[in-house]
Design a protein around this ligand. Structure first.
Ligand code: ADP
Ligand code: ZN
Length: 435
């Protein structure tokens, strides 16, 4: 039986949710206009007044906010409450440039905890569970976010933070953790280490994992589920809109329900800014309608995905977002072809390789080069040059079928590629150095 943390909201009728969103949006636009000069100027420039926004159908009239705006307004330019009412700060991991800071009032923290509590409950968590939080703690939102949600549900919470993997596994075993929360790349690393320590999933009590903060493929999900003996759930969020928990997966494991009572999603064409109909791929945009201290309206996430209102077997009526394919800035254009790291990951796992790889892009004599280093399977390990070359050619062929361009594949020895305890760095693009 599906369990809900807040059934009234999670399974609300469309009409009820729309009414709630309308009321909250109208109040939020007023709050922002009155308290955030930076956004007021943007609205004035566009000729929009708070009175023009009567409901979600008017959302498209508002100006967008982008990461560039956040950097320009750094640190206090988008703050909508006096600092004396703020209780916390978090910051982005800085994956794609200068860090951005976000502020939280106590109500903002409570709302965030609520979102994560819904995610933990959807993954089967109750007060009887032991939740091991192996996301990094600190400015990064992963650790504190799931920690807050786990407390709220009443789970026994292990604030492990990331790293120290063997100790992590020791605690998992001794304290009988049932739910693991971390990045998918760290989950894969933990699974590998469990195996290396001579343990198997049967030696653990884990039943579920809540993994997010970076893109991961369905193939990666299956591989983690197998190595840890669990059901793996996706969770999405970003610092700018609080942290993990903006959207979470349910038992159906086919996309994440967005906490629409707090965040209104839109999908836009990243080039024209035009709102796209449901079902089309585009850039995800969020308007946070309940946040007090750092309430971003129409924030462009740069994450590419699809929204769907298709009925979900879990009974939730919250709109779903598909797994993000990556950020628009993760996409590499190589010899004129669009390539996502996730496509490469899919091929690797399908071909029986581990998800440990490094993509290097460069430009030599005005031609783009794509080199993919992949670890050899320990059980297929060979030091015969001929065997290795044959495997490399086969893998390069499978990559070409998926990507449309021919990469150079290098099989390297097992465990020679650095493992990630947080967000994995999988791409090095040296072309930027030549510009
Ligand atoms: P940074 O932008 O520096 O990485 P954050 O830690 O706030 O800072 O990361 C938020 C970003 O992480 C999102 O915009 C998205 O690109 C990525 N992300 C978070 N959760 C997921 C997920 N479940 N699947 C894919 N990408 C995700
Ligand atoms: Zn569902």
């Amino acid at each position: 039986m599906e369990k809900y943390w807040n059934k009234e909201i999670e399974c609300a009728s469309r009409a009820k949710m729309k009414k709630l969103q309308d009321e909250r949006l109208v109040a939020q636009v007023k709050h922002v206009y009155e308290n955030v000069k930076y956004y007021r100027d943007l609205m004035d420039k566009k000729g929009v007044k708070p009175e023009d926004i009567k409901g979600t159908e008017d959302l498209h009239k508002l100006p967008f906010l982008s990461k560039a705006d956040l950097r320009e307004a750094y640190p206090y330019g988008l703050l909508a409450k006096p600092l004396s009412e703020c209780v916390r700060i978090h910051s982005t991991s800085g994956t794609t440039g200068k860090r951005v800071v976000a502020f939280y009032t106590q109500n903002d923290v409570d709302m965030w905890d609520e979102c994560c509590a819904r995610a933990i409950t959807a993954a089967g968590g109750t007060e009887d569970d032991v939740v091991q939080v192996a996301y990094g703690y600190g400015l990064f939102t992963g650790g504190m976010g799931l920690h807050g949600g786990s407390h709220k549900v009443g789970c026994l919470t292990l604030p492990m933070s990331s790293g120290n993997t063997e100790r992590q596994i020791q605690f998992m075993q001794d304290l009988e953790a049932t739910i693991l929360c971390c990045t998918p790349s760290y989950a894969a690393y933990i699974g590998e280490t469990i195996h290396d320590m001579g343990l198997s999933p049967d030696d653990l009590k884990l039943k579920a994992g809540i993994f997010g903060a970076e893109p991961w493929t369905e193939e990666m999900r299956r591989s983690i589920e197998k190595s840890l003996g669990i059901k793996a759930f996706d969770i999405y969020g970003l610092t700018e809109s609080s942290g993990p928990g903006v959207a979470f997966e349910c038992s159906e494991q086919s996309g994440m329900h967005i906490n629409e009572d707090n965040f209104i999603p839109e999908i836009i064409d990243p080039d024209t800014g035009e709102v796209l109909p449901e079902g089309e791929v585009g850039e995800l945009v969020f308007t946070s309608i309940t946040k007090e201290a750092f309430p971003l309206l129409r924030y462009r996430t740069r994450d590419l995905c699809v929204l769907s209102r298709k009925k979900c077997s879990c009974g939730r009526t919250l709109i779903k977002m598909a797994k993000p394919m990556g950020r628009s800035d993760d996409m590499m254009i190589i010899r004129g072809v669009n390539v996502f790291p996730s496509q490469i990951e899919t091929v690797l796992i399908e071909q029986g390789y581990s998800p440990n790889y490094l993509i290097e892009v460069d430009r030599v004599n005005n031609t783009d080069t794509l080199d993919i280093s992949v670890e050899m399977n320990p059980d297929k390990f060979s030091d015969k040059v001929k065997d290795v070359q044959k495997e490399e050619r086969a893998l390069a062929g499978a990559m070409k079928d998926m990507l449309g361009i021919n990469p150079k594949v290098h099989l390297v020895s097992p465990k020679s590629i650095a493992r990630s305890e947080g967000k994995a760095v999988r791409v090095i693009d040296r072309r930027k150095l030549h510009d």
